[in-house]
Ligand binder design. Structure first.
Ligand code: PHE
Length: 363
C-alpha cells in the first residue's frame, strides 16, 4: 500500500508540476483582462486540473497526502500570484490605451481647428466708439457715470422740466412699460435722466460741482431706416459749477470735436429748443463726406447734426434742489451710433444691429 501510495504520490507530484507550468504559460499568454479572467477560471476554478488533483489526494496515505497537498497549495498560490501580477499589467495597459484613445480624439478636434480656425470675436464698433469717447472726455477732466435704462416718468420727463402733457414730450416716441399706473415707467428715451440722478446724489451728499459724462443705451419708437434705429446710444455731458458760461459749453464741444474727429472737423451750435436747457442749441459737426463743401449726406449744408446742448434750465436745478443763483451749468447729449456712422462713413445705421460679421469685422 505504501508502495502504491508512494508511487501514486510521485505521479501526482509530477502532474502538479506539469499543471502549474501549463497554468503559468496560459496566464502569461492572456492578452487582455477579459481573457485572463477566463484563464483564471480554467486553471484555478472548480473544474481545473488543480481541483481534480486535489480530489485525488484522498486516495493517498495521510502523511503523503499532507505533503503532496502542501505542494499542490503552493503551486496554486504561485499560479494565483501570477494571475494577480498579470492582471495588474494588463489593466494598466488597457487604461493607458483608453487614455491614449481619448487623447487621439482631442488631437482630431485640434487638427480640424487648424484646418478651419475658430474665429475670434471682437468688440462692437459702438462699444469701441463709446470707449474712445470716454477716453477723450476723461482726458478733458470729466468723470464717467451711468444710470438705469428703465426710468420713471419723473426722471425721463418731469424732472427735466417736462410736466405731464408738456408738448415737448412729443419729441420722444416713448416705449412705456406695463408696470403699475399707466405711462409711469418707461425705457429712457435719452441719457438726460442720468443728469437728474447725478444732481440729486450730489445734493444729497454735498458733492457739487459735477463734471461728468454719461454714456448709455436709449430707446425710441422709431421705425428703423438708414438714419434711425429704435435702440441706440447717447452720451450725455453735464457740468454744474459756479459761473459756467455758454462760452464754456461751446469751447468744450469744439475741444471734444477736434480731439475725436481730428483737426479738419469743427463744431457749430445753432439755436434750438429743449425744455431742460435755456438757451438751447443743436450741435453740428463738419460733414465728413464733403469736409464742408456740401453733399447729399449733409443736404448741401456742409454740416451734420449730432445732438443737442444748452445751459441747464433753472427749473431743472429747482426740481433737484440746487440753488440756480449760486450754481450754473451746461449739458449736452449726442448719439454714439451716429458718431460712429459719421466717422466710419458707413451708409446705414441698421448695419449696427444686423450682426453681419462681414460688416462688423471691419472696425
Ligand atoms: N437729451 C436730448 C435729446 O436726446 C439732447 C440734449 C441733451 C439736449 C442735453 C440738451 C442738453 O434730444
Amino acid at each position: 500500500m505504501t508502495t502504491v501510495d508512494g508511487a501514486g504520490s510521485v505521479e501526482l507530484e509530477i502532474e502538479i508540476e506539469a499543471i502549474e507550468a501549463k497554468a503559468l504559460a496560459l496566464v502569461e499568454a492572456a492578452h487582455s483582462s477579459a481573457e485572463l479572467a477566463e484563464v483564471e477560471t480554467a486553471v484555478l476554478g472548480k473544474r481545473s486540473a488543480f481541483s481534480e488533483a486535489h480530489r485525488r489526494l484522498g486516495a493517498l496515505e495521510r502523511e503523503v497526502a499532507r505533503r503532496v497537498g502542501r505542494s499542490l497549495n503552493e503551486a496554486r498560490s504561485r499560479v494565483h500570484a501570477a494571475v494577480v501580477a498579470r492582471r495588474e499589467v494588463l489593466v494598466a495597459a488597457e487604461r493607458a490605451a483608453a487614455l491614449e484613445a481619448d487623447r487621439l480624439d482631442l488631437t482630431e478636434v485640434v487638427g480640424s481647428a487648424v484646418r478651419a480656425p475658430i474665429e475670434r470675436g471682437a468688440r462692437h464698433v459702438v462699444t469701441k466708439t463709446r470707449e474712445e469717447l470716454e477716453d477723450v472726455f476723461v482726458g478733458m477732466g470729466f468723470t464717467v457715470a451711468e444710470g438705469p435704462e428703465t426710468e420713471t416718468d419723473w426722471y425721463n420727463f418731469e424732472g427735466l422740466n417736462m410736466p405731464p402733457a408738456h408738448p415737448a414730450r412729443a419729441m420722444f416716441d416713448t416705449f412705456y412699460l406695463d408696470l403699475g399706473a399707466p405711462e409711469t415707467v418707461l425705457l429712457r428715451t435719452h441719457t438726460s435722466p442720468v443728469q437728474v440722478h447725478l444732481m440729486e446724489e450730489a445734493v444729497e451728499h454735498g458733492t457739487l460741482p459735477i463734471h461728468a459724462v454719461m454714456p448709455g443705451r436709449c430707446y425710441r419708437r422709431d421705425t428703423p431706416d438708414a438714419r434711425h434705429i429704435p435702440i441706440f446710444h447717447q452720451v450725455e455731458g453735464l457740468v454744474v459749477d459756479r459761473e459756467v458760461s455758454f462760452g464754456d459749453l461751446a469751447g468744450t464741444i469744439e475741444t471734444f470735436t477736434t480731439a475725436y474727429f481730428g483737426p479738419d472737423i469743427h463744431s457749430r451750435l445753432r439755436p434750438a429748443y429743449f425744455p431742460f436747457t435755456e438757451p438751447s442749441a443743436e450741435y453740428e459737426v463738419t460733414c465728413q463726406i464733403c469736409l464742408g463743401a456740401g453733399c447729399r449726406t449733409c443736404s448741401n449744408s456742409g454740416w451734420v447734426e449730432l445732438g443737442g446742448c444748452g445751459m441747464v434750465d433753472p427749473a431743472v436745478f429747482e426740481a433737484v434742489g440746487i440753488d440756480p443763483d449760486e450754481w450754473s451749468g451746461f449739458a449736452f447729449g449726442f448719439g454714439i451710433d451716429r458718431l460712429a456712422f459719421m466717422r466710419h462713413r458707413f451708409p446705414d445705421l441698421r448695419a449696427l444691429v444686423e450682426n453681419d460679421v462681414r460688416f462688423l469685422r471691419q472696425f
